[in-house]
Design a protein around this ligand. Structure first.
Ligand code: ADP
Length: 496
């Protein structure tokens, strides 16, 4: 009899449900997009009902279309957009406010008022994060301070906080379970990643009652069972991880030094640092990679705001291409050292610069620069920015032994070949590119005994293509020096 694992991937722009067999092969999927709400400049919200209903519909459609018996789904794994913040009433389940999305900047003034060397140090030491509106803590506080009556309700113990994983779990279990996993907790700025506890000092600092917080479990654990009415059977929810951590897990990056990079709208590079919560001196984040049987594996993370989004701008903004997929054929004969650099700091620069004021530029144009040169420069900017992250990691004493990649951009062979060249490292593209969902399914499968160990999972992971660096060190260094010069120019010209 065939058995299945079901992964729920609740992302920033869409919800997905993916059905896997017990060998970790994806069989079918359903997805749905939902509305983004921008009530004010810099504010980004989701309707909590959209998040829950889109997930539920995807799961129900998948089960119906594949005509499977829900009883044969051994376990569900949940992965999700991280940091996005929800607060709801424990009694009724009614959300107090829309979900405040990770991109939302409304708490910038609060962070600016709070910041001092001492507070930054406290937050970095306990959570591995930088004080920033991005993380959940200041978003929860905003809801408590701005929704009439919310703070009094919270103080009476009537409210629950959760990131999207917890909110979905709460609904899937019909209000039975209020839980999260250690990876999601590590993005709230309230969780001590060393003691693996909610931190009293931070709760006091952000004025958040402990009664609102979910119980924190391992990433593979018994989170609860679905209400049998919802999906046709009471199915165990056995895995949970934030999306980037799930991708690291789905790439089977279980050894210290293994890294993954996801190239979607933005890019997230995550390097497994084993049992050590390594502190970055180069503005990278320290985070929980996964927690299994109470044992924490840590990671270092760097993010780039514009990866595929640069190609969206090339397609939709400049209209140089009909779709991003056309880029590979267009640039195949463009030499790597064409001399044009596109610095995509449209919304500032992420790690390791963290310069919110930098703005984009194309430098080095000559009369023979054509559309193909600009498109090549746009694609190369993703490689150069990854190199910036690699350099920051090196300064922290880390060097990835292997880089496994996923996301919409990695279909592009030219991009991955340049990435290997500029990093001077092997880049591996996996057979299963649904890596985030796969990570959630792996965790659920570990919990329900489909997989015995991480070694088991590492055996399942298959490389579809390896990209070896072909560029010699002198050429690589020369190109990278020119990129650094271009970034420096952009930052010099930033209006203050
Ligand atoms: P997200 O999950 O962040 O929505 P995806 O992982 O689906 O993003 O990746 C989509 C991004 O990948 C888009 O921004 C698109 O411009 C880019 N992209 C898709 N195909 C290609 C390609 N062949 N070459 C370069 N970029 C591509």
């Amino acid at each position: 009899m065939t058995h299945y694992l079901l992964a729920i991937d609740q992302g920033t722009t869409s919800s997905r449900a993916v059905l896997f067999n017990t060998d970790g092969k994806p069989l079918a999927s359903e997805s749905e997009t939902f509305s983004q709400h921008y009530p004010q400049n810099g504010w980004v919200e989701h309707d909590p009902n959209d998040l829950w209903q889109s997930v539920l519909r995807c799961c129900q459609k998948l089960i119906a279309k594949q005509n499977i018996d829900s009883k044969h789904i051994l376990a569900i794994g949940i992965t999700n957009q991280r940091e996005t913040t929800l607060v709801w009433e424990k009694n009724s389940g009614k959300p107090l406010y829309n979900a405040i999305v990770w991109q939302d900047r409304r708490t910038t003034p609060f962070c600016e008022a709070l910041i001092s060397d001492e507070i930054s140090q406290l937050i970095a030491d306990k959570t591995g994060l930088l004080l920033d509106p991005y993380f959940s803590a200041t978003k929860i506080r905003w809801i408590l301070d701005n929704v009439p009556g919310a703070r009094a309700q919270a103080e009476r113990g009537e409210l629950a906080f959760g990131t999207v994983d917890s909110y979905l779990l709460w609904h899937l279990t019909a209000g039975e379970m209020h839980r999260t996993d250690a990876t999601n907790a590590s993005r709230t700025m309230l969780f001590n990643i060393h003691s693996q506890q909610w931190d009293e000092d931070l709760l006091r600092l952000f004025d958040i009652p402990a009664s609102m917080l979910p119980e924190v479990l391992d990433s593979a654990a018994f989170f609860g069972k679905t209400d049998a009415q919802l999906l046709g059977a009471a199915i165990t929810i056995g895995g949970m991880a934030g999306d980037q951590q799930a991708a690291l897990f789905g790439h089977a990056c279980f050894q210290q030094g293994m890294a993954k990079s996801t190239y979607g709208t933005g890019c997230f590079l995550m390097l497994n640092t084993g049992e050590t919560a390594l502190k970055s001196h180069n503005r990278l984040l320290t985070t929980v990679a996964y927690r299994l049987n109470g044992k924490v594996t840590y990671a270092i993370e760097g993010s780039i705001f514009m990866a595929g989004a640069t190609m969206q701008w090339i397609v939709e903004g400049l209209k140089l291409l009909r779709h991003a997929g056309e880029s590979e054929a267009m640039v195949k004969d463009v030499p790597l050292d064409h001399g044009v650099f596109l610095v995509p700091s449209f919304t500032g620069l992420g790690a390791p610069y963290w310069d919110p004021n930098a703005r984009g530029a194309i430098l080095g144009l000559t009369r023979d620069s054509g559309i193909d040169t600009i498109v090549a420069a746009a694609l190369q900017s993703v490689g150069y920015q990854t190199k910036d992250l690699q350099k920051a990691m090196e300064k922290d004493g880390l060097r990835p032994t292997v880089l496994r990649v996923d996301g919409g951009m990695v279909k592009n062979n030219w991009v991955l070949s340049f990435l290997a060249d500029i990093l001077g490292a092997v880049v591996e593209r996996p057979e299963v590119t649904e890596t985030t969902s796969l990570g959630a399914a792996y965790l659920a499968g570990l919990q329900c005994g489909v997989f015995d160990s991480l070694e088991d999972l590492a055996q399942l992971w298959q490389c579809e293509r390896r990209f070896e660096p072909k560029l010699d060190a002198a050429a690589r260094n020369c190109l990278y020096a020119k990129w650094q010069h271009a970034v420096a120019q952009v930052r010099l010209q930033t209006p203050t």
